[in-house]
Design a protein around this ligand. Structure first.
Ligand code: DX5
Ligand code: ZN
Length: 219
């Protein structure tokens, strides 16, 4: 599946860009929430998320790059989140955060930074719907893909199988037409793509092309 990141959309034409995503082959809309504390950048928050919800016809995949995410889980559910991912590095009581997300009726995800080992997720894997592997240091769109992610993806895929987990593997950061196929081959299920989609001349065609590359591996 492909989840274009709205972070790279043109915020002055957000409705237009959401409608483009509705008409495209994209499966989910990836929504990046940054607080300027967990990551060195601010993006947008609940009011913008609600505005996206008004037009989005695809599931909103909310990625919380914030400290104290528990405080906002319910609000993001109300703002349209179908899935919510919290960061491993931001949650002291990760198991509780995951249960809270699930009790709200959302898919529960955990995101890990490039320096965090996938092995640290072993004890929560059976409870997870989604693991988001950061393939850049979170905070900004348009960064260079960290190659080590390929190994982490296969390692995580094995861990998921060993633990009888149904978690999907999502790769976030620096995804493009050169690494998409290899990531799916390594075991990824969902690719997030921001800059590569929105900086292209024809984003809808770029989405279709990425989806085709991904589908070819699984076929
Ligand atoms: C990075 C965000 C990503 C970002 C991906 O902190 O979590 O979702 O939007 O963007 P690209 O595809 O531009 O690296
Ligand atoms: Zn993200």
């Amino acid at each position: 599946m492909l989840a274009p990141s709205v972070l790279s959309a043109d915020f002055a034409f957000l409705q237009r860009d959401i409608q483009m995503l509705n008409e495209s082959d994209a499966h989910w809309l990836h929504i990046d929430i940054m607080d300027g504390v967990f990551v060195p950048n601010l993006s947008f928050g609940l009011p913008v998320c609600k505005a996206i919800q008004k037009y989005a016809k695809k599931p909103m995949d909310v990625h919380l790059m914030i400290v104290n995410p528990d405080q906002y889980l319910e609000a993001f559910k109300e703002a349209g989140a179908a899935s919510i991912s919290v960061h491993y590095e931001a949650c002291t009581h990760l198991h509780r955060s995951i249960q809270r997300i699930k009790s709200l009726g959302c898919k529960a995800g955990v995101a890990i930074n490039p320096h965090t080992s996938v092995q640290l997720l072993r004890d929560v894997l059976p409870d997870l719907d989604l693991v988001c592997l950061m393939s850049v240091n979170p905070g900004f769109g348009g960064q260079k893909f960290i190659e080590r992610t390929f190994q982490k993806t296969s390692e995580l895929k094995n861990l998921i199988l060993q633990n009888h987990s149904k978690a999907l593997i999502e790769i976030d950061g620096g995804v493009n037409a050169n690494n998409a196929k290899l990531l799916i081959e390594a075991g990824a299920d969902v690719l997030v793509a921001g800059n590569f989609v929105f900086s292209s001349e024809n984003p809808k065609a770029t989405i279709a092309d990425l989806c085709q590359k991904m589908a070819a591996v699984r076929a």
